[in-house]
Design a protein around this ligand. Structure first.
Ligand code: F6P
Length: 552
């Protein structure tokens, strides 16, 4: 039977890429650099305040061309327009995914179900501004008339990771803001430790939940409410201290939140794409509304670039296709995110949810089993710390781990030669990943140390570093609201492009629901209420018995 050219792996572009992979197998990147002195300049893109050096990848011009041809053959340009124009790209939930409308400066009209969502976003931003200015100026106070000194944001997943990342990233911009504490987990320690640090008279609680149904968020919110009432004793005061961002206004009202204190979410915004909405209130309260708007502007600049730049100069597209290259043609199973900046330390956590909840799927948009790999494991951590932990495996382990190094050219905190030291560490890692160390080099090094022949033979193989490990280096002038906005939007679009290639619905997350459902049947048994369904396996039953015996 002839291959079906509409199926990804049967496309001629896919076959071409397989041939390129065979051909490139014996050519190290160092050789490609030797052949082309302009390589670093040619494999370089600047957009929206970010710069990408992608020269340390296993690519040639032909590979790049073939990768972009594959993207076009998957109708990337049309799918991109469908996303940006608000078509129902989330097919299983029959919704648009319009996070880009959240950072539209108000210049466009995007209609969803007869409503201009851009206008709705602008109205919500104005409401956020009133609240933020009131809190930061001290004109909006707690029940005893004192200004707010702390915000406690209660939310999980997308209602937590993005705001936390950005709140930390923009710490230098928070001088006149109110610090925010984040509570996510259904682990009593987190809420208890947080409440120990704050004063009920001067704390504003934000309940962040698109669905207002998430167990962790609701249970933590109940504890916070109880704690608040124990101290203040006046139900009326709840309306001054508790606010919510949700698409489920009736549930928020039933919880006791004054509808005037509810900020909207919309079903056309996915949780992991929601930091740009009122879910970003903790950010705005920490850094002020002007900086929040600058964050949106940075993301919008990336949206414009994604929409308009030709594919070969398109930052998200090029990064996405490099990911496809390693994921589907070189057997890479993971992708490392390595920010060399303390302010960006939570970027890997946010990108884990963004990427793995979006592209951790096994069927195509029309429900057929995938016969190609979908999204890789995303992991990572801040450099240089990781160099003293997991970089060993990147350098000498048996797996191929492509990495993104992310570093600002300037620091907010110049001290001694730290920033040059940090930068040198970052560059030395990407260089070591690519260049490695040959057996001959290892032997020569040992000989120079005066080692005996026997020692050299014994030790040299352990010192060999294979090299030829690919990486991207993303830089920005400084970590600012604009560059942070552009950086996160870049990864959102990278995720989208890969979802298009793999033919996934990148905007649903049905896998997460199973754990929630099973949790509902196990909890009653832990609470000694036999009404819960019996678990069907002896391991779960045994662990439940252990829990019950420990709790008497
Ligand atoms: O973890 C699953 C999930 O549904 C995420 O997609 C979402 O960001 C998170 O839970 C929180 O959901 P909600 O904002 O509705 O509380």
């Amino acid at each position: 039977m002839p291959a079906n050219p509409t199926v990804l792996t049967s496309k001629p572009e896919w076959q071409t890429l397989k041939e390129h992979r065979e051909r490139l197998d014996g050519t190290p990147m160092t050789e490609l650099f030797r052949q082309d002195p302009e390589r670093a300049k040619r494999y370089y893109i600047e957009a929206a305040g970010l710069s990408l050096d992608f020269s340390k990848n296993r690519i040639t011009d032909e590979v790049l061309e073939a990768l972009l041809a594959l993207a076009s053959s998957c109708n990337l340009e049309a799918r991109r327009e469908a996303l940006l124009q608000g078509e129902r790209v989330n097919v299983t939930e029959d919704r648009p995914a319009l996070h880009t409308a959240l950072r539209n400066p108000g210049t466009d009209t995007i209609m969803v179900d007869g409503q201009d969502v851009v206008a709705e976003v602008q109205r919500t931003l104005a409401r956020m501004e009133t609240l933020v200015n009131g809190v930061l100026s001290g004109s909006r106070t707690g029940y005893t008339g004192k200004p707010f000194t702390d915000v406690v944001s209660i939310g999980i997943g997308g209602s937590y990771l993005g705001p936390k990342l950005v709140g930390e990233a923009l710490q230098p911009y928070g001088q006149s803001g109110v610090p925010c504490h984040y509570v996510a987990n259904i682990d009593g320690t987190e809420i208890c430790e947080t409440l120990r640090q704050v004063n009920p008279e001067t704390t504003l609680f934000l309940i962040q939940s698109k669905s207002f149904r998430t167990q962790e968020t609701l249970e933590n919110s109940k504890v916070a409410r109880r704690w608040f009432l124990e101290h203040c004793g006046d139900e009326q005061a709840i309306s001054r201290h508790f606010m919510s961002v949700t698409a489920n206004v009736p549930a928020a009202r039933d919880f006791g939140i004054d509808p005037d204190n509810v900020f909207p979410m919309w079903d056309w915004v996915g949780g992991r794409y929601s930091l740009w909405s009122a879910i970003g209130l903790p950010i705005a309260l920490t850094v002020g509304m002007a900086n929040f708007r600058a964050l949106l502007a940075g993301a919008h600049a990336m949206d414009q670039h994604f929409r308009e730049a030709p594919l070969h100069q398109n930052l998200p597209v090029v990064m996405a296709m490099l990911g496809v290259w390693y994921n589907n043609f070189w057997g890479a199973e993971t992708h490392a995110i390595l920010p060399y900046d303390h302010y960006l330390r939570s970027l890997p956590d946010h990108l884990q949810q963004l990427d793995m909840e979006s592209n951790g799927k096994s069927v195509t948009q029309d429900g057929k089993n995938l016969v190609w790999q979908s999204g890789p494991v995303i992991w990572g951590g801040v450099g240089a710390n990781g160099q003293h932990a997991y970089h060993q495996l990147i350098h000498q382990g048996t797996r191929l781990i492509p990495a993104d190094f992310i570093i600002p050219l300037q620091t907010h905190n110049p001290v001694a030669t730290h920033h040059a030291d940090l930068f040198a560490n970052c560059l030395s890692q990407s260089r070591a990943m690519m260049a490695g160390k040959s057996l001959e080099e290892a032997k020569a090094e040992l000989a120079a140390e005066g080692r005996s022949e026997a020692e050299i033979e014994q030790l040299a193989p352990h010192k060999v570093i294979p090299g030829n490990k690919p990486s991207n280096t993303l830089t920005m002038e400084k970590v600012t609201p604009e560059t942070v906005g552009a950086l996160i939007a870049l990864y959102e679009h990278r995720t989208f492009v890969q979802g298009v290639i793999w033919d996934l619905d990148s905007f649903d997350q049905w896998g997460v629901e199973l754990g929630k459902q099973l949790g509902k049947s196990i909890l009653p048994r832990l609470l000694g209420q036999e009404a819960g369904d019996r678990a069907s396996d002896s391991s779960t039953d045994h662990l439940i018995e252990l829990f019950l015996s420990a709790s008497g």
